[in-house]
Design a protein around this ligand. Structure first.
Ligand code: FAD
Length: 461
């Protein structure tokens, strides 16, 4: 069901809204504790600054780059500097730098058994995790051979309101939803420079044509199938390819759309929950932000609950994998404790048939082609994140696409009972997966609180 009804089963999942809420209430302390209180899960390594937006030119005034973010400051003249979009979007806290290949090789040559204690089997080497596996659903974080990432503290940089908005942000969301159009080949990721007159801002030539075709196809589909299109609230422009209900789409394509829309809903929830009141300077929940972006769009909330079921199932499926996993920070005692906490979380997750059953997907004769298409499109979504023009938003956007990509990889490429042919799981993937679960888990709690506020308000009338 796409309407919030506590007892209704969340469509495409195996649990009802209230079952997911109950589950979240019991698991939330584990997830919160792991992501906030362990070094392993609270630092994420990514290449935040050195990747160019591969879809449209950085010089293009309407794309989502830093320059565009600066443009938004024009409208914020009255706000003290520290609250302006660019300031809010900046990263905070010290950055730990990557140890570099030489140090890693030294560590490989000099295993750390003595430092690790007897029960740690592998040498604890910081992973040089940029190798691509064909079964990945995401571009690995450290793909570029020259520019390596930094470790960023996720605890010091919470996902919340940043003020990033306008055409830059809309163009990114639009490009993400465009990947959802399975009826046409996906757009190639190539640096482009666009003439200002291009109707797609950054897309030129063949890509603009492809994008135009996609819109045309989507428009036709909407008209033919009577697909409901959400009308944008307030000043937000109506989007042609987001907020669709694919009534007779196949399950796999629907899942793709729901993952993206659910991620968008989760980001919106966080920015409404930790909203900066620009008059008082206080961070506080903004109920009308929630009502406009989420409450009045129950299908978005449904997609968020769906994502919870999907990601939780993926974490639960890793039970075996985690048993033999080496958690490596600089402190072996903490590493043992981290493992204990992750195992406790995995053990508390119910089996797939109670939350999300991935075995019903990719079963048709054309499943292999569809799966490859699905995977490539998801990889493109992860590339689009390099076009996000606010550092903090890019950090969380990249982390969450990597988290969903990892969830999809675990669901569709891992064997729960025989791990021998499972693809490798990088540290960055595991960190992204568990932090993404934490994000959705926090969103569900926030939505419950928002709903309670609405009930209180109604009761007081
Ligand atoms: P947007 O949220 O920009 O949505 C654009 C259009 O998409 C809407 O008009 C609607 O038609 C459609 N839509 C909206 N939600 C959904 C949904 N769930 N499913 C389907 N369709 C939908 N801002 C912050 O303050 N903090 C952040 O951390 C942050 N992170 C971001 C990360 C990314 C990757 C991106 C692209 C943007 C981020 N932003 C962040 C900006 C934020 O998401 C919005 O773009 C901005 O607040 C403007 O919101 P809006 O109301 O114009 O609509």
């Amino acid at each position: 069901s796409l309407q919030y009804e506590p007892g209704a089963i969340v469509s495409d999942a195996c649990a009802s809204y209230s079952q997911i809420e109950d589950l979240n209430e019991s698991l939330r302390p584990y997830v919160h504790d792991i992501t906030q209180n362990t070094d392993f899960f609270s630092y994420y390594r990514l290449n935040l600054y050195n990747k160019k937006c591969p879809f449209w030119s950085d010089e293009n005034g309407i794309c989502g780059n830093r320059a565009c973010a600066v443009n938004t400051l024009d409208n914020e003249e009255d706000i003290p500097l520290v609250w302006r979009a660019e300031e809010l979007g900046k990263l905070e806290g010290p950055k730990a730098h990557h140890p570099g290949k030489r140090l890693q090789e030294e560590r490989k040559a000099r295993p750390l058994q003595g430092e690790l204690g007897e029960d740690v089997g592998e040498s604890c080497v910081v992973e040089y995790d940029d190798e691509c596996d064909e079964r990945d659903y995401c571009v690995p974080e450290d793909e570029s051979a020259t520019a390596k990432g930094d470790y960023v503290s996720l605890v010091d940089n919470p996902e919340r309101f940043t003020g990033y908005t306008g055409e830059g942000a809309h163009q990114v969301w639009e490009a993400i939803y465009r990947e959802n159009c399975f009826s046409k080949p996906q757009l190639n990721a190539k640096p482009l420079s666009a003439p200002p007159s291009s109707p797609f801002g950054g897309f030129t030539g063949a890509q603009a044509q492809a994008a135009m075709d996609l819109r045309h196809v989507m428009k036709e589909q909407q008209e033919k199938q009577g697909i409901k299109k959400a009308i944008a609230q307030g000043s937000a422009p109506a989007h042609p390819i987001s907020d669709l209900e694919f009534e007779d789409e196949c399950l796999e394509k629907r899942v793709f759309y729901r993952v993206i829309s659910g991620m968008h809903a989760s980001i919106s929830t966080h920015l409404c929950w930790e909203w900066l009141n620009q008059t008082t300077g206080e961070w506080q929940p903004n109920l009308s932000c929630y009502e406009n972006r989420l409450h009045n769009h129950p299908e978005r909330i449904s997609n968020l609950y769906f994502n919870y079921a999907l990601v939780l199932r993926a974490v639960g499926k890793l039970k075996q994998h985690v048993q033999s996993y080496s958690f490596c920070s600089s402190d072996p005692i903490q590493d043992r404790e981290t493992k204990r906490r992750v195992l406790a979380l995995a053990a508390a997750i119910p089996p797939g048939d109670q939350i999300f059953d991935e075995s019903v997907m990719f079963r048709d004769p054309d499943a292999l082609t569809l799966k490859e298409d699905f995977r490539n499109r998801f990889r493109n979504v992860s590339r689009i994140m390099d076009c996000v023009g606010c550092d903090k938003c890019r950090l969380w956007g990249k982390l969450q696409t990597a988290g969903y990509g990892t969830a999809l990889k675990v669901l569709f490429e891992f064997n729960e009972t025989d791990a021998s042919r499972d693809p490798p799981l990088r540290r960055t993937e595991l960190v992204a997966l568990v932090n993404t679960l934490d994000r959705i888990s926090h969103s569900i709690s926030a939505i419950q609180s928002f709903r309670a506020m609405i009930e209180q308000r109604e009761a007081a009338r």
